[in-house]
Design a protein around this ligand. Structure first.
Ligand SMILES: NC(=O)c1ccc[n+]([C@@H]2O[C@H](COP(=O)([O-])OP(=O)(O)OC[C@H]3O[C@@H](n4cnc5c(N)ncnc54)[C@H](O)[C@@H]3O)[C@@H](O)[C@H]2O)c1
Length: 673
């Protein structure tokens, strides 16, 4: 059977032989199912899984699926994992009646590529639970639908389940994705475990469930920007000779190593899981020679690197808390610190307790959940204690959107500045850095993928993007010059600095003007035949407008509305009728189920006038919606940015807040008591 036939096949006509578990790829943690499903619900989970298959297979499949449920806590349907290699091919290699649909297939494959995805055989791209689909039947059906759909149809995906193709029209999105949308009262962490096990909802994380993850590169850039700005915030314009300490070499956190090198500092990253260390060595993000288990030897190496101002990523293979405690007892001067363990996924091995190897901790979680929780709590308290000591000595520490502060608070760690007001000792990186320095100006993680799969196309688009940003910088206001120059530096060196993993893609932070002008320049290059294949535009959900998340993307919204999700919902609706090729809206994401609503899009452009219209209309809304909201929350940079946008397009009319004298209001309120 050819690759095209295998895609078109969907659910196979005859029962395929079972796939054994492949020990060469990393597998999702076994989900803890103690007391989660009643036996009636286990029956329901099986019934739900079997509805994808002809009834004559059920006797065969039911015991097998039940075994998967018992062994892994989920029914992944391993038997149905296709035999072809999973990676993003050139768009021309996909069977399709719609090029837009072919572009989506390419993006799905990229998100399931074993070089890109963390647990590819469980269809999980990153973050421990960020799923593209729940099981292989959904994947197969979805690919079949995409291969046969036309530009007069829209595919509807409910948490990975392809509900089907519905008649629509050429200007409609080809795919509409929802992941994990729950009735709010059923959106607690334990609800995910139950309803995901039943096969009726899934955790799409942010870019995983919207097929827009482009490997650690996507996050290398964001991390570089964060690190540079964290330094600036603390008076460090040059990070050479400065030490940055953090944890995690996983799907996103792995980017920290490369970002540290790009920023010129001594990055020290702790990672407890051998698999993650190996994956980053294979990616070229870290060097095997720079991995240490012996902490005293590592401290000596750090001191040498600091003295010689080396730009280097040194890795501690062990628990981050051991490392922090060693630093607290040393006389090393740590300038910057953060954490990127998967604390958003604390119940499911996102955070390893001290004193246990990663495998021992997995066993403990399965055998004695109460003890596991207790060990986690104690570890978090020690973690915070060590950070507090270093912070008292001048280190700037920030929460990297992984629910560190939240979980440390729950663990009763010494993390509060004022618990009665819910104020932590440390800021979230969006509160201090990304929010005021990037998002409020509209700068966010714009990205593109060259659907030809050609590196030449990527080099051409890099050049175009760099040229456009340089043109913009000539006339841009002073307040965004630093952002522009960071991104010009980035894109000019990206081809050299960034090993391409998976699809031929690129990220850069741009504001509305930048995104639109870069995309228009790509469209013109396509029209002029300068690129070999179409381009897919997109962004991380972690952006100006797409995400409502009170402890992360909207952490610097102070008018009380950070607990609302109107912006993310409006964003995805607005994108869908302004030219997005696909749209997605998720519950969950990096800070946990029930803690965030986030949305994204993908846009196929091919050099046509229609593509030009989509770029102008949708990208404008996709950024300015969030600026308008940030402006209404009285964020000063957003007020000036939206006023500038209104001057540029007279059709834009946004409500501007009147600023009250808060001191006077306090007098009125307190005076009357
Ligand atoms: N990089 C970013 O820009 C960014 C932005 C927002 C949020 N985040 C958050 O960062 C977290 C990490 O994301 P990810 O995709 O890398 O997750 P991941 O699960 O792939 O990686 C986390 C890594 O931390 C390691 N780890 C866990 N406990 C540890 C411990 N005690 N000591 C040392 N290592 C430990 C794990 O082994 C794992 O490899 C998530 O919560 C994510 O939402 C990252």
């Amino acid at each position: 059977m050819t690759f095209k036939e295998a895609i078109q096949e969907g659910i196979p006509a005859s029962l395929p032989s079972n796939n054994s578990i492949d020990p060469t790829v990393s597998h999702a943690p076994v989900r803890n199912m103690q007391g989660v499903l009643t036996s009636d619900e286990e029956v329901l989970a099986l019934e739900n899984a079997l509805r994808y298959f002809p009834s004559e297979w059920h006797d065969n499949l039911a015991p097998e699926f039940y075994q998967e449920l018992k062994d892994y806590g989920r029914i992944y349907m391993h038997r149905f994992r296709p035999q072809y290699d999973m990676y993003a091919r050139s768009i021309e290699e996909y069977p399709s009646k719609s090029k837009q649909a072919a572009a989506i297939m390419l993006m799905i494959h990229n998100n399931l590529d074993p070089l890109v995805a963390k647990h590819p055989h469980e269809l999980i791209t990153y973050g421990g639970n960020g799923a593209v689909f729940q099981n292989w039947a959904q994947y197969r059906l979805c690919m079949q639908y995409l291969s046969e759909m036309t530009d007069e149809q829209t595919l509807v995906l409910y948490s990975g389940h392809p509900m089907g193709l519905f008649p629509s029209h050429a200007k409609a999105p080809r795919v509409v994705v929802t992941n994990g949308m729950m009735i709010p009262n059923y959106s607690k962490k334990e609800d995910w475990n139950k309803y995901n096990a039943l096969g009726v909802t899934s955790y799409g994380q942010m870019t995983a469930g919207s097929f827009m993850y482009i490997g650690p590169q996507g996050i290398v850039h964001g991390t570089t920007i964060t690190l540079l700005n964290a330094g600036r915030l603390n008076g460090l314009q040059d990070l050479h000779g400065e030490i940055f300490v953090t944890s995690g070499l996983g799907g996103m956190s792995g980017a920290q190593a490369l970002a540290a090198i790009i920023c010129g500092c001594v990055g020290v990253i702790s990672e407890v899981d051998q698999d993650s260390v190996d994956q980053r060595i294979a990616d070229g993000y870290i060097l095997a020679d720079n991995v240490y288990q012996d902490i005293p030897a590592l401290l000596d190496r750090i001191a040498k690197a600091q003295k010689e101002k080396e730009a280097i990523a040194l890795v501690h293979h062990g628990n981050i808390v051991e490392l922090w405690e060693a630093f607290a007892d040393s006389d090393l001067n740590i300038a910057l610190g953060s954490d990127q363990t998967s604390l958003h996924n604390i119940d499911d091995m996102g955070y390893c307790p001290i004193g246990y190897s990663f495998d021992e901790a997995k066993e403990l979680l399965l055998e004695d959940k109460a003890k596991f929780n207790d060990e986690i709590r104690k570890t978090l308290c020690r973690h915070v204690e060590a950070i507090n000591k270093l912070s008292d000595r001048g280190m700037y520490f920030w929460d990297y959107g992984n629910a560190f502060l939240k979980e440390a608070g729950v663990a009763n760690a010494n993390i509060w500045k004022d618990e009665s007001k819910g104020l932590f000792r440390y800021p979230s990186y969006v509160e201090d850095i990304m929010g005021p320095m990037c998002f409020d100006y509209g700068f966010g993680p714009f990205r593109w993928v060259c659907a030809s799969g050609e590196l030449d196309d990527l080099a051409i688009t890099d050049k175009i993007a760099g040229d456009v940003l340089e043109e913009i910088a000539v006339e841009a206001p002073e307040e965004i010059q630093e952002q522009l120059s960071d991104n010009i530096n980035w894109i000019r060196k990206a081809g050299v600095n960034i090993p391409v993993v998976g699809s031929k893609s690129r990220i850069l932070y741009a504001d509305a003007v930048g995104r639109i002008r870069i995309a228009l320049a790509f469209n013109k290059a396509l029209k002029d035949g300068k690129l070999k294949g179409p381009i897919v535009l997109g962004r991380d959900h972690h952006d100006v407008s797409g995400t409502d998340s009170p402890y992360r993307e909207t952490a610097n919204i102070y008018d009380g509305s950070r607990y609302t999700a109107d912006m993310a919902i409006h964003n995805v609706i607005g994108d869908s009728f302004r030219g997005a090729t696909w749209v997605s809206i998720h519950n969950g994401g990096g800070v946990g189920w029930g803690e965030v609503i986030n949305g994204g899009f993908g846009m196929y452009i091919d050099g046509s006038d229609v593509s030009e219209e989509h770029i102008r209309s949708m990208l404008h809304w996709d950024v300015n919606n969030g600026i308008a909201r940030r402006n209404w929350a009285r964020n000063p940079h957003a007020i000036s940015t939206i006023k500038r946008a209104m001057e540029e397009d007279q059709r834009l009319k946004v409500t501007i807040p009147q600023l009250a004298d808060s001191k006077r209001l306090e007098e009125i309120v307190n005076g009357s008591k």
